[in-house]
Design a protein. Structure first.
Length: 738
């Protein structure tokens, strides 16, 4: 037996694998993740390394191969666990070990260890509140954010101020010079745990919340480690429940990972955790540099940080004694990786929790069908919160408007009469409206009115999207061109844009309500680093009457003054090629509805649709999750989609169509060789939704089976065959579990 070993546990060294012989007496004890001692280099100096694979095949001359000297005692480190996790991900999702290791290991990049600095106010809380008000009146947004936070807490970590609140030195320095705030380093503080804590009022949990916490804690203390699903409507106080449970786990001396999708990770959310746990909390996000991330992971490893909050990659925090993983908004698509290994955060969290003897809590107002099904089967413990936590906060009243009727009555505008009236009312009463489009950039293409040709990307199989400034952009490869004067196909000068993107809606809204102050948030307006937070906080501060946007606007923020949410065309997300589009539509609409009336003001939601009968829309309007769940499950069962059946996609891509064809034929043959064909359902091969991207053609074979393990075996078989195929260097094959 041989072991592949990496010496240095870092992203860059993963490609440098050394093979060693496993001596007889260590056979069976050297496993993936073991830390071992090996003679290294010409001097055979002993060095430590980690085993990343155990194999029977020697890749080098066995005569010259050295032997492992021994296993390092007590070597089950956070690193060995990460390597085992990578191994599991490789097996489970079909990637190379390198890809898996690169996913779980941080990029080692030392930054000069930054002192853990704090911004501390030297004025009173009341003065900070007044300063926030004044800054708001003067439109000093950054200052307003700062003082709002400081009104709640005596100090905030510098790192959070820069990363989440987007404050810069040019804002902070003058205030420090005037003695309004002080920038202090950690060394001043003796007791970091209590800093920043206490001033923010802790809520008293209601009965429902308290019952969840009590049940969870008693089972946790009894040593039961399990996965729980916390199904609680928007605003039911799930976050408060998490914090109470986290508190308990920290007291036992263990650490906690909190996963929150990046778009929901606003500084308000961060402040809540910080307000409760002070500097034990650290946040990671995708805007951080590799060095900053590495620094966070080091601090987690050393015990300086005990709670990490972040997107799915936060799962790979090397905590020494992980006790709990929380995955908020468990249903979010952002938890699935779209690059190899194409893992789902929910499953990786489950495996990691089992490996580290931690518990896992999944939370959602609209649980994924997968999670709810497991909860109903008793595989997950189910907790339910049906009511909003704040007194006087009620679920909004929802109205569905049939756009077909509007058209029949001669209303061709994007606003139904009912939505228009409701918006006018809000403008009069000084309340706010959110207009929501549940898909971005749809049908926003330019086509010829003479011959009907749409202008397409020359490299991809899609139409180019029209952007203002007379520009056409490919959303797949970034190809850009000016809008031509004449149709490239027939030369006709009559070419025009179609469809209604967010920009167009902004324009139409401006025309309909000329006095309204309008903000728009979509991919175009938020591509700048800090614009996302800027737009949301401008709206939260009441500096606009109407906010128009895609799904980005329905996450995270509390907008107490929003009393109307309009969904312009609820059907848009219903017709995508994904079998989960009904679920997605239901989730988006439910979440959009959850934005209205978060406070004392009553909320109203108007959903415009061409399909009022569709259960995704009807159930969202009725805020009926169970109803939706049962109808959607029937559909999944009839068509054999997850969670009623397991589904694996085998995706092949190649620059030559002929070679791709050869590959698809071979893949099909291998499937039928490996299995009794009747056992497994094969669909395709079909062209990918977008057949050509960047001049590469893509085809997909779908394989369905009730049993997951059989699909994994099949995947391994296909992978082995692929490695022997003559076309292996021309065709890329990837696996994706739905
Ligand atoms: P969720 O995470 O389920 O959307 P949150 O935890 O964000 O809900 O709570 C929604 C709002 O209700 C927050 O402003 C929160 O401070 C408040 N809240 C939560 N629990 C309570 C409680 N027991 N008493 C009073 N207010 C509460
Ligand atoms: Zn034409
Ligand atoms: Zn393109």
């Amino acid at each position: 037996m041989y072991a592949n070993i990496i010496i240095d546990i870092s992203h860059e060294k993963v490609d440098k694998v050394f093979q060693y012989r496993i001596p007889k007496e260590l056979e069976g004890r050297v496993v993936v993740g073991s830390q071992v001692e090996i003679p290294f280099g010409a001097s055979n100096r002993l060095r430590k390394g980690y085993v990343v694979a155990v194999t029977e095949t020697a890749e080098y001359d066995t005569g010259r191969m050295k032997e492992i000297a021994g296993i390092v005692a007590r070597s089950v480190t956070a690193e060995s666990r990460l390597i085992r996790l990578a191994w599991w991900m490789k097996e489970r999702y079909g990637s190379t070990m390198n890809q898996a290791l690169k996913t779980v290991l941080p990029v080692k990049q030392k930054i000069r260890p930054k002192e853990n600095r704090f911004i501390r106010r030297l004025i009173t809380a009341q003065e900070a509140r007044e300063a926030a008000k004044e800054a708001g009146e003067k439109h000093y947004q950054a200052r307003q954010r700062l003082f709002t936070a400081l009104a709640d807490m005596e100090e905030i970590p510098y790192q959070m101020a820069v990363n989440q609140m987007r404050l810069s030195a040019s804002t902070l320095k003058p205030l420090a010079e005037k003695g309004i705030i002080a920038l202090e380093s950690e060394t001043i503080f003796r007791n970091p745990q209590v800093r920043g804590q206490g001033e923010r009022q802790r809520v008293c949990l209601n009965q429902g919340q308290a019952a969840v916490v009590a049940d969870f804690v008693s089972r946790y203390d009894a040593g039961i480690r399990e996965t729980a699903l916390l199904y609680g409507v928007t605003g039911s106080g799930k976050t408060e429940v998490y914090m109470e449970i986290i508190d308990h786990v920290l007291r036992e001396g263990r650490q906690v990972i909190v996963l929150i999708p990046e778009i929901a990770l606003t500084y308000q959310t961060v402040l809540r955790f910080y307000g409760r746990f002070g500097s034990q909390v650290s946040i990671i996000n995708s805007r951080m540099s590799a060095g900053e991330r590495y620094d966070q992971f080091e601090r987690a490893k050393n015990g300086q940080v005990r709670i990490i909050i972040g997107p799915r990659s936060a799962l790979f925090t090397p905590f020494p004694d992980l006790g709990l993983i929380i995955m908020d908004e468990e249903h979010e698509t952002a938890y699935k990786s779209e690059i190899s290994p194409r893992y789902h955060g929910r499953e990786v969290a489950g495996y990691l929790a089992a490996m580290t003897k931690a518990s896992l809590i999944l939370g959602s107002a609209t649980p994924s069908l997968e999670a709810y099904t497991r909860a109903l089967k008793g595989e997950y413990r189910l907790y339910t919160l049906k009511e909003r936590a704040k007194k006087d906060s009620h679920m909004a009243a929802v109205r569905v408007v049939d756009l077909r009727e509007e058209l029949k009555d001669g209303n061709k505008s994007i606003f139904s009469r009912c939505l228009r009236e409701a918006m006018e009312q809000r403008l009069k009463s000084g309340e706010q409206t959110m207009l929501f489009m549940n898909r971005r950039g749809y049908a926003n293409f330019v086509s010829c009115r003479s011959c009907g040709e749409a202008i397409r990307c020359p490299h991809c199989d899609v139409t180019l999207t029209f952007h203002y400034g007379q520009k056409l952009v490919c959303h797949y490869c970034g190809h850009e061109r000016k809008v031509p004067d004449r149709c490239p196909a027939c030369g006709s000068p009559y070419i025009a844009g179609f469809g209604t993107g967010t920009q167009k809606i902004e324009e139409l809204t401006g025309k309909m309500f000329p006095k309204a102050r309008i903000l728009r948030m979509d991919m175009d307006t938020t591509s700048k680093k800090d614009s996302h937070e800027e737009i949301l906080s401008a709206f939260a501060q009441g500096r606009a009457d109407i906010l128009i946007g895609t799904q980005m606007i329905v996450k995270g923020h509390d907008f107490p003054n929003v009393t109307l949410v309009g969904v312009l065309a609820a059907d848009l997300s219903l017709y995508t090629s994904d079998f989960r589009c009904g679920e997605r539509t239901f989730q988006l609409l439910t979440q959009a509805a959850g934005r209205a009336g978060r406070d004392e003001l009553a909320g109203e939601v108007i959903i415009q649709t061409y399909n009022p009968e569709h259960y995704s829309i009807a159930c969202a309007a009725g805020q009926d999750y169970e109803g939706f769940y049962h109808k959607e499950m029937v559909y999944r069962q009839v068509l054999g989609y997850p969670p009623s059946c397991e589904l694996m996609a085998v995706m092949a891509s190649c620059g030559s169509e002929e070679e791709l064809e050869t590959a698809m034929k071979a893949l099909g043959k291998w499937v039928s060789e490996a299995l009794n064909v009747r056992e497994i359902q094969v669909i395709g091969p079909a062209q990918a939704t977008v057949y050509k991207v960047n001049d590469i053609y893509r085809k997909i074979l779908y394989l369905k089976h009730e049993n997951y393990d059989i699909l994994i075996k099949l995947k391994n078989h296909l992978d082995e065959q692929y490695r022997l195929a003559p076309w292996r260097n021309h065709v890329t094959v990837q696996f994706d579990f739905a």
